[in-house]
Design a protein around this ligand. Structure first.
Ligand SMILES: C[S@@+](CC[C@H](N)C(=O)[O-])C[C@H]1O[C@@H](n2cnc3c(N)ncnc32)[C@H](O)[C@@H]1O
Length: 380
């Protein structure tokens, strides 16, 4: 059966040891990298003297990163409006994610954050309004022309579904051992993933183009891949998880049919693929496009190409990946395999690190509605 992400996907909720809230430092890096772009977009919107500023974070999850974005926006509004002695717009912040997201934890975090902000700002404190908005960002989420700034970080690589066709008999051998494109899989399989990404990303652009107010911006960061020759680092990230699952099948701890039926709904596109979809869909201009590399281990800040403590780095990666795909794996294989699965995975990741330091490629895009700006030439 084709997995429909909207019905089953969420990060690990709550605020415990294995929660996404406690394991989202990796994704925080993207929010820090996009800060100057967010500030520029907010200043541009404030120039038009809006009475309110409506921002939506798409795929906010249940962790602190969305609040970091919120603080970037509030501080920019404060600084900009104070420097020009202008009235500040009221800020409305929509938190979007899939219905299974732990919105309760998110709301609790946002109330604690509001309290902290009120204490810090004293007399200068202006209330801001946080609203939950459950639903898939591949569909319409907001009324027409109602949002000035869309932000989405580390979310758009997740597809709306595992590509249809992956369950065909032709992929039987692949499905017995793999959960994502790998070095041995056929180009037809990669094509199926790309086609799903094209459909999803086009739907995303179409929906947002209706909802964005003229003059507004959309700032997106998501995983991509830089090398046209290879399928990128994600094939190893997920290949090592598939290896752990296969070993558990051989030991009779996981049913073979369960593994056969498990594929990840994720795709890391090339920048050329992203550009071509934006052009084909036709609503947006790509104002800026950048990319950066991030070590798999969220605690590894070094630029060296070797990992010193491979065991501890492997455990760090496994903990972060568990916070992201743990709930999906638990809903498919059962909760009871998680400890064993991610402990095997940590060892596989450590072993992989003998080949050098693995990195993610992260794309950052700034988009404006077509007709509002000339495309920025010469961007990477
Ligand atoms: C890795 S988390 C990133 C969370 C947050 N933006 C951050 O930077 O920490 C990805 C989030 O995207 C959400 N997501 C995936 N597909 C989605 C969709 N179609 N619509 C809305 N949210 C989605 C997931 O539920 C998850 O919470």
């Amino acid at each position: 059966m084709t997995m429909i992400v909207e019905q089953v996907f969420s990060m690990m909720g709550g605020s415990g040891e294995n929660s996404y809230a406690k394991n989202s430092r990796l994704q925080e890096k993207a929010v820090i990298m996009t800060k100057p772009l967010v500030e520029e977009a907010v200043r541009e919107i404030c120039k038009t003297l809006p009475e309110k500023l409506v921002v939506a974070d798409l795929g906010c999850s249940s962790g602190p990163n969305t609040l970091l974005l919120l603080s970037q926006i509030i501080n920019t509004v404060d600084e900009y409006c104070c420097s020009l002695s202008r009235q500040k717009p009221e800020i409305q912040f929509y938190l979007n994610d899939l219905p299974d997201n732990d919105f309760n934890t998110m709301f609790q975090l946002s109330v604690q954050y509001q309290k902290k902000f009120r204490e810090e700002k004293g007399d200068k404190y202006e209330p801001f309004y946080v609203v939950g908005s459950p639903g898939s960002f591949y569909k319409r989420l907001f009324p027409s022309k109602s949002v000035q700034l869309f932000h989405s970080s580390y979310s758009l690589m997740w597809l709306s579904q595992v590509p249809k066709g992956l369950k065909d008999e032709a992929f039987d051998h692949f499905n017995r051992t793999a959960i994502y494109i790998n070095n041995e899989s056929s180009s037809i399989l990669s094509h199926l993933y790309l086609e799903q990404f094209k459909t999803d990303f086009s739907d995303f652009l179409k929906s947002r183009s209706k909802e964005l107010i003229s003059g507004g911006s959309m700032i997106l960061s998501f995983l991509g891949r830089s090398d046209i020759q290879s399928s990128g680092e994600l094939i190893y990230l997920w290949g090592l998880l598939a290896e752990a699952l296969s070993a558990m099948v051989s030991e009779g701890l996981v049913e073979e049919d369960k593994l056969k039926d498990f594929n990840l709904p994720i795709y890391a596109p090339l920048m050329e693929e992203v550009r071509s979809i934006i052009t084909m869909e036709g609503s947006f201009h790509l104002k800026q496009a950048q990319s950066f590399e991030s070590n798999w281990d969220p605690f590894d800040e070094s630029y060296e190409n070797f990992v010193e403590d491979k065991s501890s780095s492997g455990r760090n990666v496994a903990k972060y990946i568990r916070a992201v795909v743990g709930p999906l794996a638990a809903s498919h294989f059962g909760d009871d395999i998680l400890e064993d699965l991610f402990s095997r995975y940590a060892k596989n990741v450590s072993r992989h690190m003998y080949n050098g330091k693995p990195k993610y490629t992260v794309f950052i895009l700034v988009l404006k509605l077509k007709g509002e700006v000339q495309a920025h030439r010469g961007c990477k």
